[in-house]
Design a protein around this ligand. Structure first.
Ligand SMILES: Cc1ncc(C[n+]2csc(CCOP(=O)(O)OP(=O)(O)O)c2C)c(N)n1
Ligand SMILES: [Mg+2]
Length: 489
């Protein structure tokens, strides 16, 4: 069959089960926009390349499929690269396809010529440029496979424009199965320990086999994906639990800053590593340890109950929880201080947070992808006011594609997370330059075609949220919250 390079790409993606691509147009990739039509690939055309990668990332985390982003060469690629770091740290299987200057023009100062693979290399599992039309299909199928193999993560492929335009005799390869780590036995020191723990890393937390592990082994399983590590606000008194453990299995999890490089554990604690959910025997030791761990993780300060009828984050989140009481609801939380309150106070059957990268700004893109993955599910995304500004224009993308999420902006007119650091380290007099304005982001979102609400009194909050949830289009509820440091237990 005679095919153009761009058609080989689009059809190979289709053969790999890809239904949609998160894209931003540009000269180099217009053949792919054309080819997507025949391959029945839906293009979600965003407003900034980083948002395309963030959407691919959330799609991958929520569906288990590879999320594919498509951007143009040079500056388009450069814009996309920053978001790869979030996907890398979250161990999310993403493939970034970037257009690239033509092979025939390399080294001559071609339009937007750039060493793109070198630029993506530090934030991907693998990054390379396709060297010839003959290698195109195989390289792409290989990139799709690599993203899901072993510890998943992002892969980048640069696609030279002349390769996309060349017509050759070609076969579309079948999808390749990812290489998965092999199962091992549960380390015996865990079965014999008094207070054993299994700690799962980000990708492992999404592994279906992890579900029954605590029950089957009798050992508490804790997922860690927060950039705040042992201070993960959704894990209560995690630090105390870690300090009491006498044997730990790190399952697809590094002994990194999130575990204070091992100092989160008591000195005598034995630490083992594994990359796959182990085959288990049931532990016979005391059952009270599991109950103790569960209670510690669920701990929230009892005095929070008294926080009522105010725009304190606790009271705001209590109202938001009402939107999440559905069996398929998706909760999206960004970073910053308000993001920590949201993670501490809210729960839903599915949750996507920024992850160990600790990068802010992805929440609107995550919410859009969640809505594409689960069109009938309520999707609620919470973020601070500084964070909302990063990808405010993605509200327009949500409007164009009819993605009716609810975005809640906890607006304290401040880059509060950094303000709190400055306050502690340098004192009130020197904690300056971190203020923002109490901007009416609801009105800004409304100008972009969304439903917008600006709330400055607690009594208006629940009706504003109800209107937002029933708006039938994307909704942004901007709430002028109290400026509070993140919760500490
Ligand atoms: C991409 C990126 N830039 C900067 C930071 C540093 N940072 C972390 S939280 C934060 C403040 C966020 O402000 P806002 O979204 O208003 O949330 P708040 O802390 O005020 O609740 C900043 C600047 C980061 N983590 N990621
Ligand atoms: Mg703020």
């Amino acid at each position: 069959m005679k095919l153009r390079g761009a058609d080989i790409v689009a059809r190979t993606l289709s053969a790999c089960g890809v239904r949609q691509v998160f894209a931003l147009s540009g000269n180099h990739v217009m053949p792919l926009f054309d080819a997507a039509l025949d391959a029945k690939l839906r293009l979600i055309h965003v407003r900034h390349e980083a948002a395309a990668v963030h959407m691919a990332d959330a799609w991958a985390r929520l569906t288990g499929e590879v999320g594919v982003a498509l951007v143009t060469g040079g500056p388009g690629h450069a814009n996309a690269v920053s978001a790869l770091y979030t996907a890398l740290e979250a161990e999310s299987p993403v493939v970034l396809l970037s257009g690239h200057a033509a092979l025939g023009e390399l080294g001559k100062g071609a339009f937007q010529e750039m060493r793109q693979a070198d630029m993506a290399a530090p934030v991907t599992k693998a990054a390379w440029m396709v060297q010839s039309i003959e290698r195109l299909a195989e390289d792409l199928a290989g990139a799709m496979r690599e993203a899901r193999s072993g510890r998943p993560g992002p892969v980048h492929l640069s696609l030279p424009q002349d390769v996309l335009d060349t017509v050759v005799e070609a076969q579309i390869p079948a999808a390749l199965e990812p290489a998965l780590p092999t199962l091992g036995p549960l380390p015996s020191e865990l079965l014999q320990a008094e207070r054993p723990l299994i700690i799962a890393g980000p990708a492992m937390m999404r592994n279906r086999e992890l579900g029954g592990l605590a029950e089957a082994s009798g050992i508490p399983v804790i997922g860690m994906e927060s950039p705040r590590g042992v201070n993960d606000p959704s894990l209560g008194k995690l630090a105390e639990v870690l300090a009491r453990a006498d044997a730990v299995l790190l399952l697809g999890k590094r002994l990194d800053f999130t575990l204070r490089f091992g100092k989160a554990f008591a000195p005598g604690c034995r630490v083992a590593h594994a990359e796959a959910v182990p085959l288990v025997r049931k532990r016979t030791g005391s059952v009270s340890w599991r109950a103790e761990v569960e209670a510690a993780l669920a701990y929230r300060p009892p005095e929070w109950k008294a926080i009522q009828s105010s725009l304190h984050p606790v009271a705001v989140c209590r109202e938001v929880q009402k939107l999440l009481e559905e069996p398929d609801a998706v909760l999206v939380c960004d970073g910053g201080e308000f993001g920590q309150w949201a993670q501490a106070c809210l729960s839903a059957p599915r949750r996507v947070i920024n992850g160990p990268a600790g990068s802010i700004g992805s929440a609107l893109a995550f919410a859009a992808a969640a809505k594409l993955a689960f069109p009938n599910a309520p999707v609620v995304a919470l973020m601070g006011d500084g964070t909302f500004g990063f990808h405010l224009s993605e509200v327009d993308t949500a409007v164009r594609y009819g993605l009716d999420y609810v975005a809640l902006i906890g607006n304290d007119a401040c880059w509060n997370a950094e303000y709190q650091i400055a306050l502690k380290a340098y004192g009130k007099e020197r904690a300056v330059g971190l203020d923002l304005l109490p901007t009416r982001y609801g009105a800004a979102a409304a100008a972009l075609g969304a439903h917008g609400e600006d709330v400055s009194a607690f009594d208006d909050l629940s009706t504003a949220l109800a209107r937002a949830a029933n708006a039938g289009r994307p909704a942004c509820v901007n709430v002028l919250i109290e400026r509070q440091p993140a919760p500490r237990y």
